[in-house]
Design a protein around this ligand. Structure first.
Ligand code: NAP
Length: 335
């Protein structure tokens, strides 16, 4: 008899209904393996703000999860059965493994990871898409230079914290924006950023004026909305804005608030560029080397927030969108 597996499915697109109602746990048999496939036990699942874009039928950067389908998620797991020439039992893999305890995958859809080099879960945080996003967004698009003033929003979060440290390591003066005193202390005391702004209790405009009186060279935007507007008003001539995400707008995906004062892009010759990791998949090895070196020598710190059990997924997604996570949000399963 095949192993029963636990999976979280999306019953319908959220629409106006509370997202919690759309999640259903099912127990299903593991499908038999075909040629070129592996079965894997999944130990870690990543919860990402981008999931909100995967559960809407609006045009996105990849096809949406279909109603009734298993929720898409990055994961890491160990191969338990193989009919692949490229992956053997005992190998570890990552990719879109889904919110599930076990699964069967085409070998071409997953990537092997070296768990002798780093703990498996790190391939979902500092050494995974989170780290790569921070790396390419900051180092390839943002290109911070010594002495520049760089502002990062959601700076205590998974991507933001790595992006901010990369800018700091490049010699820039880095101001992080985050929600709450604990996160702001983390930014200045642990990550050694030059300043932190608590957008939940401080006047962000006044603090930016005080901390960046000569304006902002580079704004790494994770939140969009009002904070993007405040940064736009304060960009230096020929400043750069990296649009990594807009988490403040993800509960309103159908009608996100755009920048009101976008004419500043014209008046200050600002370059504003968005991206997703699909632009950079061919350069992952470069990011992996740089991030692994930073984590190894301590110049990069990566904090993880761990939930236990696959059933914590609905709460976890809500926690993430409410800012309750302290670092990369992960679910530990199967151990
Ligand atoms: N372009 C890409 O390829 C790519 C890939 C991965 C992630 N991203 C984007 O990167 C950003 C960060 O993602 P992450 O995975 O690192 O998550 P994260 O920052 O670890 O978690 C999300 C954080 O967003 C903040 N937040 C939530 N609601 C907010 C609001 N209304 N206004 C301001 N901040 C809010 C919260 O921090 P506070 O407590 O500070 O509010 C929360 O902790 C997201 O926009 C995500 O979509 C982009």
């Amino acid at each position: 008899m095949s192993t029963p597996i636990t999976q979280i499915r999306m019953s319908d697109y959220p629409g106006s209904r509370a997202p919690r109602e759309i999640w259903q746990t099912t127990h299903d048999p593991l499908p038999p393996l075909k040629e070129g496939q592996v079965a894997a036990r999944i130990d870690w699942v990543s919860i990402d703000p981008g999931m909100t874009a995967w559960i809407t039928d609006k045009r996105g950067y990849m096809p949406p999860v279909r109603p009734g389908g298993v929720m898409r998620a990055f994961g890491v797991g160990e191969v338990t059965e193989s009919r692949s020439e490229n992956l053997a039992v005992g190998d570890w893999i990552t990719g879109f493994l889904g919110v599930r305890s076990h699964g069967v995958f085409n070998d071409k859809d997953v990537r092997p990871i070296a768990v002798d080099m780093a703990a498996p879960e790190l391939y979902l945080s500092g050494l995974g898409m989170t780290g790569y996003t921070a790396y390419f967004g900051m180092m390839d698009i943002g290109r911070p230079e010594a002495g520049e003033t760089v502002v990062v929003s959601a700076a205590a979060g998974a991507v933001g914290s790595i992006a901010a440290q990369l800018a700091k390591n490049a010699g820039a003066r880095v101001i992080g924006i985050a929600g709450g005193a604990e996160k702001c202390r983390y930014l200045t005391e642990t990550l050694k950023l030059d300043a932190a702004i608590d957008y939940k209790s401080e006047d962000v405009a006044a603090r930016l004026d005080a901390l960046a009186p000569d304006y902002i060279d580079l704004y790494y935007d994770n939140v969009g909305g009002e904070t993007l507007d405040l940064a736009l008003e304060r960009m230096k001539y020929r400043g750069r804005i990296v649009v990594c995400g807009a988490v403040s707008q993800y509960e309103n995906m159908g009608n996100p608030q755009g920048p009101a004062n976008y004419l500043q892009i014209v008046m200050q010759s600002v370059k504003m560029q968005g991206f997703t990791m699909r632009d950079y998949m061919h350069r992952v090895p470069e990011a992996l080397v740089a991030l692994a070196a930073g984590l190894e020598d301590g110049s990069l710190i990566c904090r993880q927030h761990i939930l236990d059990g696959i059933d914590s997924f609905p709460d976890g997604l809500e926690l993430l969108l409410a800012g309750g996570n302290q670092g990369k949000l992960l679910i530990r399963i199967n151990h």
